[in-house]
Ligand binder design. Structure first.
Ligand SMILES: [Zn+2]
Length: 186
């Protein structure tokens, strides 16, 4: 019975994986590789991640299609990499800015920032680290103020933290990590 239950669990995992891959569409399970082209965090120097990336099991399933970064209202919001503003305006009362990232393929990667009072306009070229607006006090889905930062390729949502190179994710002097013999999370 125990092995039967185990097989059933494996089958369930496989089904979830298959559905997730299906949601990836033509670009594949993960929307293709994400180059670490980010040069700054969108807010602050190393903001707290209030809620991480929780990819939904299905296209319309529950999940968190981005990461929430804690920051005070009015904080400058920066383009993490060079690109072109593909949208700057309001969606359902929230300020939203989207930037297509230069040199990230066709269709390009696209980052979204909200709720943001935009200081850029559609079609504008932005440099890495350029201020694109300020964090709005309302319209976030955090208990406190936060920036919801998203990443897409076409309609496939990806983890925006993949854009940040290790020196941004883990600042500080190099240090040796203990080998624990456990696989790293994907
Ligand atoms: Zn969020």
């Amino acid at each position: 019975m125990a092995s039967g239950a185990s097989l059933a669990a494996d089958a369930a995992d496989a089904a979830v994986t298959a559905v997730t891959r299906g949601a990836g569409g033509a670009a594949g399970a993960d929307g293709g590789p994400v180059p670490a082209v980010g040069r700054v965090w969108p807010v602050g120097a190393r903001p707290p991640v209030l809620r991480g990336w929780e990819p939904p099991a299905t296209v319309y399933g529950p999940g968190h299609r981005g990461v929430d970064l804690g920051a005070a209202p009015g904080t400058p919001v920066r383009a993490v990499a060079a690109g072109r503003v593909s949208f700057a305006g309001r969606v359902a009362g929230r300020g939203v800015v989207s930037v297509e990232l230069t040199g990230t393929g066709d269709p390009p990667l696209r980052t979204t920032y909200e709720p943001v009072q935009a200081s850029v306009t559609d079609g504008q070229e932005v440099a890495a680290g350029e201020v694109i607006g300020t964090l709005e006090a309302t319209g976030s889905h955090c208990g406190s103020a936060c920036l919801h930062w998203g990443l897409l390729r076409a309609e496939t949502y990806l983890n925006p933290l993949l854009l940040l190179p290790p020196w941004l994710l883990n600042p500080g002097p190099p240090r040796l990590l203990p080998v624990l013999g456990v696989p790293l999370p994907p």
